[in-house]
Design a binder for this molecule. Structure first.
Ligand code: ADP
Ligand code: MG
Length: 315
């Protein structure tokens, strides 16, 4: 489809977003050229969404466009990086211009909110799949890694957990998506990446990760990378009233994925700075990093909770 491919690139990608001043060459040449500000660290991340796996059948093109960028922004947030430039690789089953336009509406709507430039990509024919590469910036030494947690650090999460999992559960159980509360569906379709919180956590958090596969699995990544353990008070995990009404909340809050909230740790000396942050962001302390390896999930009466669900795994 070379002729149409160029037409598509011109129509849907080339002028979709404004180039920031650092973009020496964006879409149109063999590769993009960016003038990375001197002394800054370049932070790269890539995520792919595959039809039927990362979004349920029936997801609108706008929501797919939005989410393919949101999950990448969430990775920047988890590193404390400022997102700047994106590349978009699209594999589409047919040349449906209506679909492309709607996809790009969802994609660019979110990109504009973060002043991102689209600097390149690819367009191929095949089963629907979307890959976004995101490029961000960090002052040297300020990245929020998974490996920085220390015994005695407090463990925090942002927002409420389990809402996206609840929405997916409702979709899978229902025959008519229109019957489901729109606010709940939005949690799955349009997660809001915690980019600003990630930036605010520079110099405060000792480690961070975004909760894409569920706290069970993502906190495990922090304790493994940091060679520590954790004790989490389940009743302190923030959950929405909608989830409380829906079902046994603990398993959803721990094991369900797709929330794109942040989980991070901070030393007790940072308490006053966290109290300050709490005025602007919904964050809750849910436990503590321990010297002993492994994660202990504690109930209100102090007894140990054994999670019933296991985290989602692709393989
Ligand atoms: P090449 O054959 O050298 O890979 P392409 O013909 O694939 O180049 O792409 C031409 C230009 O359009 C390149 O600058 C590429 O980055 C850009 N481009 C192609 N597809 C997309 C897309 N989906 N989004 C943004 N830019 C794209
Ligand atoms: Mg190409």
């Amino acid at each position: 489809m070379p002729g149409r491919e160029f037409q598509f690139i011109h129509t849907y990608f080339r002028n979709a977003l404004a180039d920031s001043p650092e973009v020496r060459c964006g879409i149109g040449d063999d590769a993009a050229v960016i003038d990375v500000p001197p002394g800054m660290e370049l932070v790269l991340s890539m995520d792919t969404l595959v039809d039927g796996i990362h979004f349920p059948a029936g997801t609108s093109p706008e929501d797919i466009g939005y989410k393919s960028l949101a999950v990448n922004l969430s990775d920047m947030a988890a590193m404390g990086a400022e997102p700047r430039w994106i590349s978009l690789s699209l594999t589409v089953p047919d040349a449906d211009e209506g679909w492309l336009q709607q996809f790009m509406d969802g994609f660019t709507g979110l990109a504009r909110r973060h002043s991102l430039s689209l600097v390149g990509g690819d367009l191929t024919h095949g089963p629907l799949s979307i890959t976004v590469q995101i490029h961000g910036l960090l002052p040297p030494g300020q990245a929020l890694y998974r490996h920085g947690a220390r015994p005695g650090d407090r463990i925090y999460v942002s927002g409420t957990l389990g809402d996206a999992g609840m929405a997916l559960d409702m979709l899978q159980a229902s025959t008519n998506a229109d019957d489901i509360n729109q606010d709940i569906l939005q949690k799955l379709a349009r997660p809001v990446p915690r980019v600003e919180l990630g930036l605010a956590l520079r110099g405060i958090a000792s480690s961070a990760i975004d909760i894409s596969d569920g706290l069970l699995s993502d906190l495990e990544h922090i304790v493994t990378a940091s060679r520590v353990g954790a004790a989490v008070n389940i009743q302190k995990i923030p959950v929405s009233n909608a989830l409380k009404d829906y079902r046994d909340t603990a398993d959803f809050a721990i094991a369900a994925g797709d929330d794109y909230e942040l989980c991070f740790t901070a030393a007790p000396e940072k308490d006053s700075r966290l109290a300050e942050l709490e005025k602007s962001y919904p964050i809750a302390c849910i436990g503590e990093i321990t010297e002993d390896a492994g994660i202990r999930w504690l109930q209100a009466d102090g007894s140990e909770y054994i999670p019933a669900r296991v985290a989602y795994s692709h393989f």
